[in-house]
Design a protein around this ligand. Structure first.
Ligand SMILES: Nc1ncnc2c1ncn2[C@@H]1O[C@H](COP(=O)(O)OP(=O)(O)O)[C@@H](O)[C@H]1O
Ligand SMILES: [Mg+2]
Length: 379
């Protein structure tokens, strides 16, 4: 009778090691919280339980089917491109797309792919994380942010409203007085022409204000148009000067004569300037001497040309301890209802969009100076 030769101890322990190792890796993959799959020819040849959880399908429903079938049709092209870039080693950041699950709902996943070899043939290892909740929260954040932007813009418009109604009522009064006079029986007809000319100018004044205001109130189209900064500031002055006059502010304008046009998102830059003006007016509240200097300077540097806009007020200045915080969202030293604390943080963001900067310091008048710097040729 022939007996099997005894298995040498070394071999048996190696087999055991291998088995232990296999168990270890199997547990790792099967218990992992992130979805894992292996694709060959773009089809699932392996899926772990977490991936089945995300997709809501059983193993049998997934194996042998192309992964792309489960991706939301609108996201397929992008997901393919992102995966290809990662497989080619051009990108290392997880990309997102939506999966259409068994129940018809979509879930957002963040995914990475790695080229591997499986059974001697090329394959792709897929790692997926369910980020549906994260994506939802991010969207909520973006929605809230745009709501807040709107609120700050409304606030800026509110700041103007008093002055503007004054600015419109004035020319209207002139026109109505002219009409009353022209209606008088004894009115010399030769004077009518001059009166009409005056009225026409007043109508133009109103038109300009309404045009400026409605352009400002419109949401920005994100267009950068070459503009002259001096003219831009002047158009804000049309809107804000009644308020400046009412507050008793003495204005000093020092414009650089020749400024090149620079690409600017008009309604956004308006918002910046209006906020700087209204902050200055607030800061000078209660001061006996209210001075506001608005200056533009063309700065030529080896790094390129810049337009600098300086707003210097003779207000109460900024507390040293606050100077690093004034650009933080919601930072305000104003009473509730008087400020949103968003103006400067929005202004800061808008200047970043223009590749420019916004900087604050206290000045020799004891007030604050805000300096905008805009590149003439933004990269
Ligand atoms: N011209 C200024 N002079 C002094 N302090 C200023 C000036 N501009 C802004 N600040 C300070 O920065 C804070 C934040 O300004 P901002 O973001 O516009 O919000 P808000 O005007 O709603 O308070 C203000 O509350 C104020 O403390
Ligand atoms: Mg403000």
């Amino acid at each position: 009778m022939q007996r099997n030769p005894p298995i040498p101890e070394a071999v048996s322990s190696a087999a055991e090691d291998l088995k232990n190792m296999e168990d270890f890796y199997r547990t790792l993959v099967m218990k992992a919280n992130s979805g894992m799959a292996i694709l060959q020819d773009e089809k699932f040849i392996f899926v772990n339980p977490s991936l089945m959880d995300i997709y809501g399908y059983r193993e049998d429903d997934l194996l042998g089917r192309a992964m792309v079938e489960f991706i939301h049709p609108e996201d397929r092209d992008q997901a393919r491109k992102d995966a290809a870039r990662m497989l080619e080693g051009q990108s290392f950041t997880p990309y997102n797309y939506r999966v259409v699950c068994a129940d018809g709902q979509t879930r957002s996943v963040a995914e990475t792919v790695t080229p591997i070899s499986c059974g001697g043939s090329p394959a792709v290892l897929v790692n997926s994380m369910d980020v549906t909740e994260l994506v939802r929260l991010r969207k909520q954040l973006v929605d809230t942010q745009s709501l807040l932007l709107k609120e700050e813009q409304l606030f800026a418009i509110g700041t103007l409203a008093g002055g503007i109604s004054h600015e419109i009522l004035n020319p209207l009064n002139i026109i109505s007085m002219n009409i009353q006079m022209m209606e008088m029986d004894a009115w010399p007809p030769e004077k009518t022409k001059a009166m009409l000319a005056v009225s026409a100018r007043q109508v133009e004044r109103i038109e300009k204000i309404v045009r400026d205001l409605s352009a400002f109130a419109k949401p920005s189209k994100g267009e950068f148009i070459p503009l002259n900064v001096n003219k831009l500031i002047e158009s804000v002055f049309t809107l804000i000067s009644p308020k400046l006059r009412l507050s008793g502010v003495e204005i000093d304008k020092q414009y650089e004569g020749e400024l090149p046009d620079i690409p600017i998102d008009r309604s956004k830059m308006w918002q910046v300037i209006i906020n700087l003006f209204s902050n200055a007016i607030d800061a000078m509240d209660g001061k006996s001497e209210k001075r506001l200097l608005v200056a533009t300077v063309l700065e030529k540097t080896p790094e390129g040309d810049f337009v600098r806009i300086v707003f210097s007020d003779s207000g109460k200045g900024i507390d040293e301890k606050n100077i690093s915080r004034i650009f933080d969202p919601f930072f305000t030293t104003k009473d509730p209802g008087m400020g949103t604390g968003l103006g400067l943080s929005i202004a800061f963001g808008i200047l970043q969009e223009h590749r420019g900067t916004l900087h604050a310091e206290n000045n020799e008048w004891g007030g604050a100076s805000f300096v905008i710097r805009l590149p003439v040729h933004p990269a």
